[in-house]
Ligand binder design. Structure first.
Ligand code: VG1
Ligand code: CO
Length: 543
């Protein structure tokens, strides 16, 4: 077996976005494309001797090919050990768990998460650091800069390794271990939740429908819920990971998980429904004919955290991404703990978690998690809800309604305008940013504008600054509209408009969300000329 050094030329646009580098599969299939990015990563990471790397992905099309390429390159780079999930499988939270439990120096996740898969779909790659979390911007920017200066890539001339059986192989001097992809993950969950209480809940006939959307969550959910926790077979549906996610969009929201929503609205609906995304880090929680908004879910978990063994000592603090609703802020205030507001993307929670400043964190995009790992964790959220239901005897809907009764309801919606020509989307944001200084003090949606700015974040632990993280228009009452462009798409631009209004009056908690937000929707149109720039009559997705 020999080391091979190949001359290489840089590819355009290998800048990681909100969560790694995501492109159409065809882009990754270009000869040398993946190699150039991985070499840039290894160049940034430097000396690998004595170090352990973890590799795995969500099983989508191109996962296996990419993993074989990466294993050869990791050997050429001199890693002591590489751990690979059997079949090339590791959900994003499982990757985080493996890195932490096995003291690895980092891991490479192959996933485009909630983006569609298959030969015509998307592929992605992301690096996680030794704490188990996504690399911070300083690292992702360094990778991008190196990708522009690549002159050679290094690999070894070895045949593909058998990924489907546990075992150990040697490539050059590197030990490659094929590991059980679910064991470490399940061990982490066992330390946090009262499995006996959840087991007893299922034994009493509680019915859960858990839709893993033909994605990587399936094997984890089967092992945990139908295996250890005794839920009846068939609790987990769409559980066999497929390379194309069954041709569906593995994004657990009411628009894409329509099958689950229908089941939960039926006369014989189960007690609780849940869904996870492509790489199983997102979750949607549904009660009987009752969809829980992700921001409310985070707030409910925070409010009741001490009922869960892993959080019995209380919360150090909480964090949410800026566009996420302020429901959790209200809970944090009543608990007397700090609430941090970060830019979009899980990488911004890592430092806060490492510093012990926060215990729970979450995003409006169906992401919830805690200090148990450094990624959001879809099945963790399902376990948390089940544990809460088991110990409180309350339904999903009751738990949310109690939150609203105590703190008021943060009525919330996100409007996505997908596939806009990039120039048009940039022009909208430019015009909006230019108008910001003129807005404070003016009246919009019948209220004075209190703040109109572009969100900037200074990390409280390392002082790093992230600018231009989303335009916010906040009215005197706290109602707000936020505009930002997605950093995970692969075609054109996606404009996200986030709308939030606090409703203290319980008599108005059941107003249809879009109706309750109508004045803010009109405000968005007025200040950003959304129809003009997008050339669309309305959002392509509303969640
Ligand atoms: C989206 C979400 C963001 C999330 C990110 C990764 O990013 O808005 O909250 O962290 O996806 O989630 P953007 O830039 O498209 O708005 V996942 O589950 O795709 O890794
Ligand atoms: Co995901």
């Amino acid at each position: 077996m020999n080391l091979i050094i190949r001359p290489a030329t840089p590819f355009e646009g290998q800048r990681p976005g909100t969560s790694g580098l995501r492109k159409k599969v065809g882009v990754f299939q270009q000869p040398g494309y993946l190699e150039a990015f991985v070499q840039a990563l290894f160049n940034v990471l430097g000396d690998a001797s004595g170090k352990t790397l973890v590799v795995g992905g969500d099983g989508r099309f191109y996962n296996r090919t990419a993993i074989q390429t990466i294993l050869r390159m990791a050997a050429a780079h001199g890693y002591a050990r590489v751990l690979v999930g059997r079949g090339g499988i590791l959900s994003t939270p499982a990757m985080s768990a493996v890195i932490r439990r096995r003291a690895a120096s980092g891991g490479i996740v192959l996933s485009a998460s909630h983006n569609p898969g298959g030969p015509q779909g998307d592929f992605g790659i992301k690096y996680n650091i030794a704490n188990g979390g996504p690399a911070p911007e300083s690292v992702t920017e360094a990778i991008y800069l190196h990708s522009r200066e690549i002159t050679e890539t290094r690999t070894v001339d070895s045949p593909d390794l058998p990924l489907d059986a546990l075992g150990t192989h040697t490539l050059l001097g590197t030990k490659i271990e094929i590991i059980d992809p679910v064991a470490d993950y399940c061990a982490v969950q066992r330390e946090l939740f009262d499995f006996d209480a959840i087991r007893a809940l299922f034994a009493r006939g509680f019915r859960l429908r858990l839709d893993t959307m033909w994605a990587v969550g399936g094997p984890y959910a089967r092992a945990l819920f139908e295996g250890e926790l005794g839920a009846p077979a068939g609790t987990v549906v769409n559980a066999e990971p497929r390379e194309d996610f069954g041709g569906l969009h593995p994004d657990p929201n009411p628009v894409n998980a329509t099958d689950l929503i229908q089941h939960m609205a039926a006369a014989d609906a189960p007690d609780m429904g849940a869904a996870t995304d492509g790489d199983a880090d997102r979750n949607m929680i549904v009660g009987r004919n009752f969809v829980v908004s992700p921001s409310d879910s985070l707030a409910v978990l925070a409010a009741h955290a001490t009922r869960i063994p892993g959080y019995a000592a209380g919360l150090a603090g909480v964090a949410r991404s800026m566009p996420t609703s302020t429901a959790v802020d209200r809970v944090a205030a009543s608990l007397g703990v700090a609430c941090y507001e970060t830019p979009t993307g899980w990488k911004f929670f890592g430092n806060l978690l490492d510093a012990g400043k926060v215990t729970l964190c979450g995003e409006e995009s169906y992401g919830t998690g805690s200090n148990h790992i450094r990624e959001k964790d879809g099945l963790w959220a399902v376990l948390f809800w089940l544990n809460l239901i088991a110990v409180t005897g309350k339904s999903v809907e009751q738990l949310v309604r109690e939150l609203w009764a105590e703190h008021g309801r943060c009525v919330y919606s996100r409007h996505d305008y997908e596939g806009i020509p990039t120039e048009q989307a940039d022009a909208l944001m430019r015009e909006l940013r230019a108008a910001l200084p003129t807005l404070p003090g003016t009246t919009l949606a019948g209220e004075p504008v209190a703040i109109a700015d572009d969100f900037a974040y200074t990390d409280p632990t390392d002082g790093s600054v992230s600018n231009k993280q989303g335009v916010r228009i906040i009215l005197q009452s706290g109602s707000r509209v936020v505009f930002r462009l997605s950093g995970t798409g692969t075609e054109g631009a996606t404009l996200r408009i986030y709308l939030e209004r606090h409703e203290p009056d319980p008599a108005r908690h059941d107003l249809p969300t879009q109706q309750a937000l109508a004045p803010l929707i009109a405000l968005a149109e007025q200040v950003a000329r959304v129809r003009h720039w997008t050339n669309m009559d309305g959002p392509s997705v509303m969640t």
